[in-house]
Design a protein around this ligand. Structure first.
Ligand SMILES: C[S@@+](CC[C@H](N)C(=O)[O-])C[C@H]1O[C@@H](n2cnc3c(N)ncnc32)[C@H](O)[C@@H]1O
Length: 321
């Protein structure tokens, strides 16, 4: 059924047939870049939680990195169906999310070693708990993770940077350059704030004052709710099994895990979205998966179970583990 929503954008009215959703500052001029809070020129401002403002079969590629985990599980399913809708038959979806399996395996290792009294792994344990929980339960921008990174000396900086990669290095550098202190956190301009993505709304307007007066004790609940819908927190997590299942449920075929530099997208390396110019991985804590939109409805869709249990054959239709 054609997409009839008013104001739907076409690929020609945008730029290219490659779509980058929840792009943040990670944009490429040859792509159509979209984000709820644009940080770069040319980015289309749009809340992607409800639907995608594009006609059916507009794009050859849909890519999103560290966006899906910001939606509820239910929203994520609907969002992937929207990705399917705007892709042309034969098109590729590439999804990048924090890898739950990787974190869980590291967590168990850190737990064992921390219990045995290994000081270094105690620090790693603390960091992994922040990755797992603080990013999900925090009620203000940056949460406990920000405090951890603001410490004069991060006890396990090398480990932390291995986890959060180039983005983390930039964040730490920006925090140190700004000499962030609690008193400075609300002073514009703050690059750190942008990096944390969840700028709290100012409360000085008449509307806000009125709301505060009317809501009284519910005011705090409103603030927390607003923050938690701002797009900063993680609302679900994925591994190669659950993401593969969700892609299949959305209609995609042949979901497979790939490396950061590996893709069926033509000229992937040149866009430098998941890999830095020096070849390092932009977000090393990630799970990278690709799947295709079948050319026609009769094309067999890989059964979910075999899609995730098959081994390193790397053939079409298997998840490379
Ligand atoms: C963790 S950042 C990832 C940015 C970029 N893709 C990257 O890998 O560096 C998540 C991005 O998703 C955006 N975002 C979160 N919720 C969104 C929504 N409902 N609609 C559109 N963008 C959203 C945020 O503004 C932010 O730029």
């Amino acid at each position: 059924m054609p997409y009839e929503r008013e104001g739907a954008l076409s690929a020609t009215s945008t730029t290219m047939k490659y779509l980058n959703l929840g792009c943040g500052a990670r944009v490429h001029p040859a792509w159509t870049n979209v984000d709820i809070a644009p940080q770069a020129e040319g980015v289309i401002a749009c809340n992607l939680r409800a639907s995608l403002p594009f006609a059916d079969a507009t794009f050859g590629v849909v890519y999103h990195s560290h966006l899906l985990e910001h939606f509820s599980h239910q929203e994520a399913g609907a969002f992937l169906r929207e990705c399917f809708r705007v892709l042309e038959p034969g098109g590729i979806v590439r999804v990048v999310v924090p890898d739950l399996e990787q974190i869980a395996r590291l967590y168990l290792e850190a737990l064992e070693r921390a219990v045995q009294g290994d000081g270094e792994w105690r620090a790693h344990y603390d960091w992994l708990m922040l990755e797992l929980y603080d990013q999900t339960v925090r009620e203000c921008s940056g949460g406990d993770m920000r405090q951890y990174l603001e410490a004069a000396k991060v006890p396990n900086e090398t480990f932390v940077l291995q986890r959060i990669g180039v983005e983390g290095q930039r964040l730490l550098a920006a925090m140190r350059a700004a000499k962030v202190s609690p008193a400075l956190q609300d002073s514009p301009p703050s690059r750190v704030r942008k990096l944390w993505m969840g700028a709290r709304r100012r409360t000085g307007t008449l509307r806000q004052s009125l709301l505060r007066f009317l809501l009284r004790e519910d005011w705090e609940a409103l603030q927390i709710g607003r923050f938690r819908l701002s797009g900063e927190i993680h609302r679900w997590m994925y591994d190669r099994y659950s993401l593969g299942q969700m892609l299949i449920a959305a209609g995609f075929a042949s979901p497979r895990r790939v490396e950061a530099a590996e893709s069926k997208i033509a000229d992937w390396a040149s866009y430098r979205l998941d890999v830095e110019p020096d070849g390092s991985v932009y977000k090393p804590d990630s799970l990278f998966m690709e799947a295709t939109k079948p050319l026609n409805r009769s094309e067999p869709i890989q059964p979910a179970a075999s899609a995730v249990h098959s081994s390193r054959q790397g053939t079409e239709g298997t998840v490379v583990t």
